[in-house]
Design a protein. Structure first.
Length: 319
């Protein structure tokens, strides 16, 4: 079975492809009761009812027991061998990406403060891409980046596993840099000069399954950037990786952000505090948290069409 096929089935059932893949690997060693699989993988009963139908050429279910079909053993062996190979490849390439980003940092111009740009350290950028990979949100995925001063697209491109990587940014110099890096390393990155105050170009709407953004840290900035991410995803089972930082001495600033995410029909699947470290942004401890936001059937942008108003911290409060 092709991994991309597994991704399609997983999205249809609303579970991670890595969990489905792991279930097949477990069954390779022998049949299991449903409760055993659920305890190991955390899959809901509704998914366990659907998966045997979607994977009928690989597994069978008799009562509460799941088994691998006799003629599916070779296919799962191949899938497991492939996973071990891809895991090693991705980790090796991410190590290379870390070193490349460190070298690149030495020659990059200072971030443009008027765009609320604070660059994350290379280790943080790579850690984000690694997490996406582990969650099944990188390989064979169409990835939308709403801004990319941290060069997440570059680290993702080095892995060689995303299907598509698109970066939309208002910073012309950043886009020039990305195009040059794409030319040098064949990273499969496409760039679009874009102001988030405008609606996402029609040819990019509902084309992606994963979005990544580190927006201006204001309620307006977060709501606008995440809204554009939702426009680009346009599906029930999409996910947004959102970076947001605040000072522990002003934790109340996170409340309207959380409220906006709820209004947009996003559930916080995971929050990793102090995930990213920055070269500057001392007022928030030079760090931000990573919010893994899963779309629900109620997901919808808060901002539709063009936006008028301030979104940057320079006009509201000092970071």
């Amino acid at each position: 079975m092709q991994y991309e096929t597994l991704v399609g089935i997983s999205d249809k059932v609303f579970v991670s492809p890595r969990d489905v893949e792991q279930m097949l690997f477990i069954l390779r060693t022998g049949s299991r009761k449903q409760i055993e699989l659920q305890r190991k993988l955390g899959l809901p009963s509704s998914a366990m009812r659907i998966l045997p139908v979607e994977l009928s050429d690989l597994i069978t279910r008799e009562g509460d027991r799941f088994s691998l079909r006799d003629d599916a053993q070779a296919a799962i062996d191949e899938l497991q061998s492939r996973r071990a190979s891809i895991d090693a490849q991705v980790e090796n390439r991410l190590s290379h990406a870390t070193e490349e980003l460190k070298l690149l940092e030495q020659s990059r111009e200072r971030s443009y403060r008027n765009f609320d740009q604070f660059r994350a350290m290379p280790e943080s950028t790579v850690a984000k891409v690694r997490l996406m990979y582990q969650h099944g949100d990188l390989e064979s995925r169409d990835i939308f980046l709403m801004g990319d001063n941290d060069l997440v697209s570059v680290a993702a491109g080095f892995t060689g596993v995303p299907k598509r990587i698109s970066v939309l940014d208002v910073d012309k110099k950043l886009l020039e840099l990305l195009r040059e890096l794409n030319k040098q390393h064949s990273l499969n990155i496409e760039t679009v000069l874009y102001n988030a105050k405008n609606s996402v170009p029609s040819n990019l709407k509902s084309q992606y399954s994963v979005a990544v953004t580190d927006p201006p840290y204001t309620p307006e900035g977060v709501s606008l950037f995440v809204s554009r991410c939702l426009e680009a995803i346009g599906r029930r089972n999409g996910v947004v990786y959102l970076s947001y930082g605040y000072s522990p001495r002003a934790a109340e600033r996170a409340l309207p952000i959380q409220a906006a995410l709820t209004q947009m029909g996003l559930v916080l699947e995971e929050v990793r505090h102090d995930f990213s470290r920055y070269y500057a942004a001392q007022s928030i401890g030079s760090s931000s948290s990573l919010y893994v936001c899963r779309m629900t059937p109620r997901a919808k942008p808060l901002v539709n069409g063009d936006f008028v108003g301030d979104i940057y911290t320079r006009t509201r409060h000092k970071r």
